[in-house]
Design a binder for this molecule. Structure first.
Ligand code: ADQ
Length: 461
């Protein structure tokens, strides 16, 4: 009998039927084919538990959690994952905080998790590891003798070779990734950067089918652009309770931005560009308001707190300079919103604005497209540095460092004639459908199944 699928991700849902693109898709995949989902317990413990424990609803598949101590949380999660790997992958070497304790904590949590996974894994199980928190997990599992297939998917950008120079020497991504059978990245550009790393850091052979032969191992490397659960989102944008429909009652044209409050998302420049747009707009035109939803994220990390202060100051400045007694041009909401309301807001907004400096994919861009009325759609302004820009070529693409460019794009988007809006929307929507998250997880699992067992492959040399 074929083995089970074991999914490992840092976050794991506790509810019976989770909502939200990624967790929903993984939940659906496991619900259909069975298996195990392992993630970290949201509460820290005094001492690390030796084994995994049952977590959340146990429906058609098993959910297990591993525990983190407060020290682990500081070193593994806030430290190495979010103060070293996250900035390196998002081209912000200047924000990297190096601390030997971070590396030690990161490696120790991965080693401990591997031991715990070995207690539940059978030799013919397939393991699917998610994201930068667990780069070394395959290496640790191989050390313990796991010979089954292990796949890895990186949700964030693969770093450029030059930026990897900011990593401590022990963090060798090439060696860690060589222990997987399949490495999935978001875009073709990510795959190119990853290949460049393998070329520079290892003595590998590159085959035409996208496989890298690294010593005795073969690693398949491919892009799997992630998407959203399209139908659910389309329905949410059309339906909604009376309260959700509040979004329809806002006056004037709306430009919407929705992002975790993260320095990679380019929020200060977006606010500056909106300020610039207000400065140059014709006052006889309809009023335009920007609504920015930016829930808090990783506030224990200093760079995130500083960004929050910067944004609060910018909001005050833009509204102080351009607001009227009866008009607040920039509305900033620093908390999570219900997803149905969010979908209605996207549909109500004439423009969706997504301007990260770096982003693995950016699901907000796809959600905005899916939420539109195809007969009268809004326009997406998208940073050419988001992963989604590789597919959504009919969005209005901008340089997120260029305030003038973004301000001009706002003007263009707001004035775009209906036929042109429909054409651009139809093209983007076709791409959004082609990368539906349910297909995405299916493609990854099929590709992992199709990997040949590689531990016996020898390099030709
Ligand atoms: P994120 O950096 O979190 O994801 P993104 O892809 O935009 O970025 O996903 C954010 C999700 O959170 C969206 O589904 C959005 O609707 C939701 N969200 C944001 N603000 C919200 C709010 N206030 N209320 C409710 N929901 C909100 C990482 C990578 C991305 C990659 C994804 C998936 O950084 O590049 O696209 O993983 O792989």
């Amino acid at each position: 009998m074929a083995g089970r699928l074991i999914v490992i991700s840092n976050r794991i849902p506790s509810e019976a039927a989770p909502s939200g693109g990624l967790v929903y898709a993984l939940h659906e995949t496991l619900r259909k084919i069975g298996g195990i989902w392992i993630g970290s317990h949201p509460e820290t413990t005094e001492t690390p538990a030796n084994s995994l424990s049952e977590y959340g609803d146990q429906g058609n598949y098993t959910r297990l959690s591993f525990s983190l101590t407060l020290e682990d949380y500081k070193n593994f999660y806030l430290g190495f994952s979010n103060s070293v790997l996250w900035p390196v992958c998002h081209r912000r070497g200047d924000l990297v905080k190096l601390d030997r304790g971070f590396e030690r904590g990161y490696c120790a949590v991965n080693a401990r998790l591997a031991r715990q996974v070995m207690e539940v894994a059978e030799p013919d199980d397939m393991i699917w590891v998610h994201d930068y928190h667990f780069f070394p997990l395959a290496t640790e599992l191989r050390k313990l003798g796991f010979t089954g297939k292990i796949g890895f998917f990186l949700h964030i950008p693969f770093p450029a070779l030059g930026d990897m120079g900011a990593l401590p020497r022990e963090a060798n991504l090439a060696h860690w990734l060589a222990d997987y059978d399949l490495v999935g990245l978001q875009t073709r550009a990510d795959v190119a950067r990853c290949l460049e790393m393998f070329r520079a850091e290892t003595d590998s052979e590159f085959l035409m089918d996208g496989t890298i032969k690294c010593g005795s191992r073969a690693v398949a490397l491919r892009s799997f652009p992630i998407g959203i659960d399209v139908e659910t989102f389309v329905q949410a944008a059309q339906g909604g309770s009376a309260q959700d429909r509040l979004a329809d009652d806002m006056a004037g044209d709306i430009v919407i931005g929705v992002d975790r409050l993260d320095y990679s998302k380019g929020l200060p420049n977006r606010f500056r560009a909106f300020g610039r747009y207000l400065e140059t707009r014709d006052e006889r035109e309809r009023r335009v308001s920007m609504v920015q939803i930016a829930p808090p994220s990783r506030e224990e990390v200093a760079a995130y707190r500083e960004l929050r202060y910067e944004l609060e100051e910018l909001v005050g400045r833009v509204n102080g300079e351009h607001g009227e007694i009866d008009w607040t041009p920039l509305r900033y909401i620093h908390r999570n919103l219900d997803r149905n309301l969010l979908a209605r807001l996207y549909r109500r907004a004439r423009v969706g604005i997504v301007t990260p400096f770096a982003d693995g994919m950016n699901l907000v861009a796809k959600e905005y497209v899916a939420a539109q009325d195809p007969e009268d759609p809004g326009v997406l302004i998208l940073s050419h540095m988001a992963g989604a820009a590789e597919e959504l070529t009919d969005a209005i693409q901008v340089n997120p460092y260029d305030i003038e460019d973004m301000s001009e794009a706002l003007k263009t988007a707001l004035a775009l004639p209906l036929e042109e809006r429909k054409r651009r929307h139809a093209s983007c929507m076709a791409q959004v459908r082609a990368t539906d998250v349910n297909l995405w997880s299916q493609h990854f699992v099929d590709a992992l199944k199709a990997c040949k067992p590689t531990l016996v492959v020898k390099s030709r040399a």
